[in-house]
Ligand binder design. Structure first.
Ligand code: MN
Length: 474
């Protein structure tokens, strides 16, 4: 799979000539110090590069144009150490095409009562400098992030870190390429959508490839390559043959590994990082990709079942945001409506991402009642406890709508010996009834991306950056 770029963020301090050269040198020194210490904190996922002090409209405009031009720069962090007249920022800020974080901070954490004088005040003007700068950004209707507080505070640094992940996900979104094997499932409405609008608004390239082209690649996968994957699989997971014959079990697992390697090769050669399948369009394949899809999701590829390209891309996007940490394609599968137990049980026929397993996944082979293909191997496991968000994207004629709620997740209450799929239980924090009613009324579908890592604020910021409608249910 295509690697993410080695992203960095450019950091600048705003100032002016009013206070003399020496103060400008002090501004530069303090800015360098903050950038260095942010990097040294180890809390930021991406490097901050100090680009010095900005004092003129011409300089700021040139700086922002440079930011746009440098592909490795995912965003800008600005700091108003002294008073920086905001008219100087208008042209450059209007031209900026990348996310902006206004770090509303002060060099010293407290007020140095014993030593404070007018020299100190000429330098340390964030308290009013931030307001001047904020006015301009508000007037420009920018969806910039404001992080407020002392820059050395771990909580402030965590906010910067979360925003960096959003900014990188936003940039990467314009490189997401989805490979559709087959069309969307017949008669289904919610998986449909406007692919041109998706590319304009979200940056997603969504292409169709005939499953026959994939079959050719899958059939050419060499037995030795499958041997090696089989061995790895035995190390990572528990093989549970149950009442399958040794021969049938091995054959099914090996065929899924053939699919895994074939699909991976197909995607990599053509530059795709997400894909969807449709059980109605598998001609030439012996099984629906089950274990194969699960292993590809584990590796970080986006996936959508039943031809759902929107959720294939959304899965990939949120995997980038979260560094592929416990962020998975999901489906509302069945409900617990008993008082005191209210929950949604999430699962899928086969394709549940093992990065949310709390136990060691078992490789099992069972019949699949739809699709009319051979019994597919899949990973069966229990999900985990924790907080998260559940997110979906729907396409309306007037545009995309991102819908989400915060959720409390937990393991399923019991095993399901006759339903051999991976399972995850969750309840919207606002309550199942309230949450589900709002979700249904907003037109949210049954396919979602569930993440234990993404935070509500990050979902809000993404929607704002893309300029799409957000429905937050709470
Ligand atoms: Mn589905």
């Amino acid at each position: 799979m295509r690697d993410k770029k080695a992203y960095e963020f450019w950091f600048v301090a705003g100032s002016q000539f009013l206070y003399g050269e020496e103060q400008l040198r002090n501004v530069a020194r303090d800015a360098e110090d903050i950038a260095a210490k942010l990097n040294e904190s180890g809390r930021l996922p991406y490097k901050v590069v100090c680009k010095g002090v900005m004092t003129t409209a011409e300089g700021i405009t040139q700086f922002m144009k440079d930011v746009n031009y440098h592909d490795e720069v995912a965003g800008v962090i600005t700091w108003m150490h002294t008073f920086s007249p905001a008219k100087n920022w208008i042209r450059g800020t209007v031209l900026l095409q990348k996310p902006l974080l206004h770090l509303a901070t002060q060099y010293l954490e407290g007020i140095p009562y014993d030593t404070i004088d007018f020299d100190y005040m000429n330098l340390n003007q964030s308290a009013h400098g931030d307001r001047e700068y904020g006015y301009l950004n508000a007037r420009l209707k920018l969806h910039n992030k404001v992080v407020y507080g002392w820059w050395g505070d771990p909580e402030v640094q965590a906010e910067i870190a979360d925003w960096q992940d959003v900014a990188v996900a936003y940039d990467e979104s314009f490189h997401i390429r989805v490979c559709r094997f087959g069309d969307t499932m017949r008669d289904v409405a919610v998986t449909e959508g406007d692919k041109v609008e998706a590319q304009i608004r979200l940056g997603w390239t969504v292409d169709y490839w005939p499953v026959g082209d994939l079959v050719e690649v899958v059939d050419r996968v060499e037995e030795e390559a499958i041997d090696a994957e089989y061995e790895k699989l035995q190390q990572d997971y528990t093989f549970a043959r149950q009442d399958n014959s040794e021969e049938d079990f091995t054959k099914s697992v090996r065929y899924q590994l053939r699919l895994y390697l074939g699909i991976k090769q197909f995607l990599d050669e053509k530059g795709y990082d997400a894909f969807c399948t449709n059980f109605q369009d598998l001609k030439g394949l012996a099984q629906l990709p089950g274990l194969a899809a699960q292993l590809l999701m584990r590796d970080g590829y986006g996936f959508g079942a039943e031809g759902d390209w929107k959720h294939a891309a959304l899965t990939r996007l949120l995997k980038i945001l979260t560094h592929n940490d416990r962020t998975v394609f999901m489906e509302d599968y069945t409900l617990d409506l008993r008082k005191g137990h209210e929950a949604i049980l999430g699962a899928h026929m086969l394709e549940v991402d093992p990065t949310i397993a709390s136990d060691k996944p078992r490789v099992e082979v069972h019949p699949l009642d739809i699709g009319g293909k051979d019994d597919p191997a899949r990973l069966v496991f229990t999900g985990m406890d924790g907080e998260g968000v559940d997110v979906t994207i729907a396409d309306f004629r007037e545009g995309f709508r991102l819908i989400f709620y915060a959720v409390d997740c937990r393991k399923a209450e019991a095993d399901t010996p006759h339903l051999p799929v991976a399972k995850q239980l969750w309840t919207p924090k606002c309550g199942l009834k309230e949450g589900a009613v709002a979700w249904i009324k907003a037109g949210g579908g049954h396919h979602t991306v569930l993440s234990f890592h993404a935070k509500p604020e990050q979902i809000r910021e993404l929607a704002a950056l893309f300029g799409i409608e957000l429905v937050e249910i709470r």
